[in-house]
Design a protein around this ligand. Structure first.
Ligand code: DC
Length: 229
């Protein structure tokens, strides 16, 4: 039986940075599920399909070729064989991913792939619906939050570092809109399930959050590890 840790929460809460570190410490695979919805959005944009067009999206899902590789704890995502790990990180794709993620035709296919990966390996999986829907029996469920201001600041810094031309206010607005979208959709919305442990990362360093999660995993998931560095 493989092991799993689910880390859910809104955009910019630090899920991917933290999930990556937790998985490295445990020797588990890190699965960034947001990247999958981003790849679908990128495909729609490349095909000239509006990311809010459910019928249009449904039409491309059957032939959609998304693959994921894990090398040294680094996830890469491929769309039709091309590495799109960087191309999916633009603001346009962020907004598009939130749109396409509302459609059952998209979600069911992505969830199937996520469950398949989790069945075959120990994983730390981050997203919006991992503890509530994808892996309801996860060994540990974390709900990671931070204030909107802090989340927007982190995302803004990240985009600046990548040389993208954005204003803080635009990033903040986009974040508020995405929170609303992700929390209000009918299927598998962003929600804190009762058995998830909430961690507010607003005033915490990354490593403090990582330590907390490892601590919760060791103590609350009732698993003993001999060698966690
Ligand atoms: O985590 P992220 O910012 O890369 O995710 C991009 C979008 O994908 C997010 O706004 C909502 C959607 N998403 C989702 O609906 N379910 C997930 N498990 C992960 C992401």
């Amino acid at each position: 039986m493989s092991r799993s840790i689910a880390i859910d929460g809104p955009a910019g809460a630090g899920k991917s940075t933290i999930a990556k570190k937790v998985s490295a410490k445990l020797g588990y695979i890190y699965l960034d599920t947001g990247a999958m919805y981003r790849a679908v959005a990128l495909k729609a944009i490349q095909s000239g399909i509006d990311t809010k067009n459910q019928q249009g999206l449904a039409g491309i899902m059957d032939k959609l070729d998304i693959a994921i590789s894990h090398d040294n704890n680094l996830q890469k995502i491929f769309l039709e064989g091309a590495d799109v790990s960087e191309a999916i990180r633009t603001a346009e794709v962020s907004a598009g991913a939130s749109n396409v993620a509302a459609f059952p035709e998209v979600r069911l296919k992505m969830v199937e792939l996520q469950r398949k990966i989790a069945a075959g390996a120990d994983v730390v999986m981050d997203g919006r619906d991992i503890g509530s829907y994808v892996l309801p029996d996860a060994d540990l469920k974390i709900f990671l939050t931070a204030s909107v201001e802090e989340r927007a600041r982190r995302r803004f810094d990240e985009l600046l570092q990548k040389g993208q031309q954005v204003t803080f206010e635009a990033v903040r607005q986009e974040m508020v809109q995405r929170d609303k979208n992700d929390s209000s959709r009918a299927l598998a919305p962003l929600v804190k399930v009762p058995d998830a442990i909430e961690i507010d990362s607003t005033a915490l360093e990354i490593d403090e959050v990582v330590e907390k999660i490892i601590y919760f995993y060791q103590n609350y998931a009732n698993i003993k590890f001999e060698d966690i560095s």
